[in-house]
Design a protein around this ligand. Structure first.
Ligand code: 8YV
Length: 318
């Protein structure tokens, strides 16, 4: 009798997905911390598919302990916590959940841009504190018609551009490559992009090639009147430089859904009224998360039935 393929859950997942994996696929769950050592010694061999998310991923050390691994099924479009280069070398396929979350993440970016330029969350705090009785809320800044820079014109970047075009905003962008036919202005470097816009929206994929793409120089180029919005990964922005420039008044504000060391948020940001801080909720709606969950299960089924996934990440198809 051949052994049933072994499915391993790596890291926390949406509870309903976790439950389905346990009941329908008899998945095991990797215990956290030191307990994982004994677990892997006993169960590591035999695991053929790992189901994980951008929060945890399958790094090189874990991959090493899973000699029979053939697929990493990722809940989320971003998979920077999985060592894809190593996976490719070992012939392990990796899937993600593109498209279904594009709208919600783009909506979040627009929400952050509106909130940080108009000071909406800060105004809410103003009303709740009872400050309105002492006088009006200070004037803030327009979003409509302002120059928008998109860093990373992939699916999400393009969805942000479409939305903000409807706000009458001229759009420019920087991506690894110029995107043909989009009709937006291409900037050759992130610095050049930042220098020519009022709001810089980060939608680039995370991972080693984009680490600190938004560095001090880029933030300085954005300037004292500029706003930063990040719905991508905290690693793309030099968070220390961001905090310093905000504190020094050399950047006007930031709307952030992602941070360098989630769930930790620097105290200096918590103390600032010129920033809007969200707990990485970009795709966090019932509708989108349900679609992501279904896509994970569809990928897992495809792998178990025929050894390939439906939505492989670009690196594995090259
Ligand atoms: C995920 C995300 O929902 O898709 C991504 O890359 O960052 C979010 O949409 C979240 O990270 C799930 O773990």
């Amino acid at each position: 009798m051949t052994e049933a393929p072994r499915v391993l859950q790596v890291g926390p997942l949406k509870p309903s997905l976790s439950e389905t994996l346990r009941t329908r696929y008899r998945a095991l769950e990797l215990p956290p911390g030191e307990a994982s050592e004994d677990f892997l010694a006993e169960h590591g061999a035999g695991v053929t598919a790992a189901v994980t998310s951008g929060r945890t991923g399958v790094d090189a050390a874990l991959m090493e302990r899973l000699p029979d691994l053939r697929a990493v099924i990722n809940f989320g479009v971003g998979y920077d916590t999985t060592d894809v280069a190593r996976a490719v070398k070992r012939g392990i396929t990796v899937s993600n959940t593109p498209d279904v979350l594009t709208d919600c993440v783009a909506d979040t970016a627009v929400g952050l841009a509106l909130d940080v330029t108009r000071g909406l969350s800060a105004a809410d705090r103003f009303v709740r504190r009872g400050d309105w009785a002492q006088g009006p809320y200070p004037l803030m800044h327009r979003l409509s018609g302002r120059r928008i820079g998109i860093l990373g014109l992939g699916r999400i970047g393009q969805a942000v551009a479409t939305r903000l075009s409807a706000f009458g905003c001229p759009i420019s962008y920087h991506s690894r490559r110029e995107v043909p036919g989009v009709g937006y202005t291409y900037a050759a470097t992130p610095r050049e992009l930042a220098a020519g816009v009022d709001v810089l929206v980060v939608t680039a994929a995370g991972g080693p090639s984009s680490t600190h793409l938004v560095d001090r120089e880029v933030l300085e180029a954005l300037g004292a009147d500029g706003f930063l919005v990040n719905v991508a990964r905290g690693s793309v922005v030099d968070e220390e430089a961001l905090v310093e420039l905000l504190l020094a008044g050399r950047l006007r504000g930031a709307g952030l859904d992602v941070f360098a060391h989630e769930p930790q948020v620097p105290q200096a940001l918590l103390d600032l009224d010129s920033v809007v801080l969200l707990p990485h909720l970009g795709s966090g709606t019932h509708e989108t998360r349900a679609a992501m969950e279904q896509m994970v299960l569809d990928n897992l089924d495809a792998f178990l039935e025929r050894g390939s996934v439906l939505t492989p990440v670009p690196e594995v198809t090259r």
